[in-house]
Design a protein around this ligand. Structure first.
Ligand SMILES: Cc1cc2nc3c(=O)[nH]c(=O)nc-3n(C[C@H](O)[C@H](O)[C@H](O)COP(=O)(O)OP(=O)(O)OC[C@H]3O[C@@H](n4cnc5c(N)ncnc54)[C@H](O)[C@@H]3O)c2cc1C
Length: 275
């Protein structure tokens, strides 16, 4: 149907689509109701990863997968309200591709992959290549998002979000973190502080080298405060924030540095305690 009607607007939970319609920002010629496609609501293991259908709601993700993908579950808990989480989906978050989408930093930190499907077949795009610009993504007009693939957590994960209040709020900025002790790797994701969600590769390599050189993975010893501060600074440096109604660029950088430092400390404490 999508190939035959490329202009038809897919609708999953409708929590973004209906806002656009109600504000008359969008008058699609037709809708494609994805809630009738049962396969999109399924999840299961695949090649050591979890393949989660694009139509799995935040509420289900938290309840059914929270123990396996805690970073994305933490992010999901901050989305809107119970009503929004009951309808909203990660597929819809990816479809909208807002720089402020809360699932994105967690997907980036876990190096998740987006599965796109069309009559021509299926292709998989790493999350960090999926976001092309504000509200622009790599999906072609004949494609749909079928699922995302994400590894079950290999270590502690965190998600932090700054908003003007605690619920029902678009992120001023946000940060996702995944620690992978076996691979000696640290993953990051930044939200709402650049034209797209982005990773902070320099911060990742910096903290990985601190952990490696001090043999801290083995020793499970605390990370020096100076290294945590530097990690935060490098995360902030990876952002390209703007001043807008929700916050200034300077505030976003400052908040990111603090969130990154704290998130890493929380995750590392969890790792040390698990010894
Ligand atoms: C009151 C309120 C609070 C909100 N709070 C937050 C928040 O805290 N954090 C946050 O990140 N978001 C928030 N949102 C935005 C929204 O809930 C999320 O972006 C949600 O993930 C959208 O999912 P959905 O299934 O409702 O998408 P829909 O509205 O159905 O679709 C969104 C977009 O994705 C496309 N799409 C959906 N599924 C597919 C698919 N399988 N393949 C291809 N394209 C697809 C649609 O065509 C559309 O362009 C909020 C919205 C509201 C109304």
């Amino acid at each position: 149907m999508k190939a035959a009607h490329p202009d038809a607007l897919p609708i999953a939970g409708g929590t973004d689509v209906m806002v656009e319609i109600n504000f008359d920002r969008h008058r699609p010629s037709a809708f494609l109701d994805l809630t009738r496609v049962a396969e999109l609501t399924e999840w299961g293991p695949q090649d050591g990863m979890l393949r989660v259908g694009a139509g799995v709601t935040y509420t289900r993700l938290i309840g059914e997968l929270g123990d396996r993908i805690p970073g994305l579950a933490m992010a999901s808990r901050t989305v809107g309200s119970p009503q929004i989480r009951n309808r909203g989906t990660v597929g819809g978050n990816l479809g909208s591709a807002s720089p402020a989408g809360d699932a994105h930093p967690a997907l980036l930190a876990s190096r998740a992959i987006v599965e796109l499907a069309s009559v021509g077949g299926t292709r998989r795009v790493p999350a960090h290549e999926f976001f092309l610009g504000p509200k622009r993504n790599a999906m072609r007009s004949d494609e749909l998002i079928a699922a995302f693939l994400i590894e079950p957590a290999q270590g502690p994960q965190q998600f932090s979000k700054v908003g003007t209040r605690n619920a029902m709020v678009i992120a001023v900025c946000s940060f996702g973190l995944a620690i992978e002790p076996e691979r000696r790797r640290v993953g990051t994701g930044i939200g709402s502080a650049a034209p797209t969600p982005v990773m902070a590769p320099e911060a990742e390599s910096f903290i990985e080298s601190v952990l490696g050189e001090g043999d801290l993975w083995e020793k499970r010893m605390p990370v020096p405060q100076s290294a945590l501060v530097r990690f935060g600074e490098l995360v902030a440096a990876a952002a390209r924030p703007i001043d807008d109604v929700r916050g200034t660029a300077a505030y976003r950088r400052r908040a990111l540095a603090v969130m990154a430092r704290r998130s890493f400390a929380w995750a590392w404490n969890e790792y040390m305690r698990a010894a």
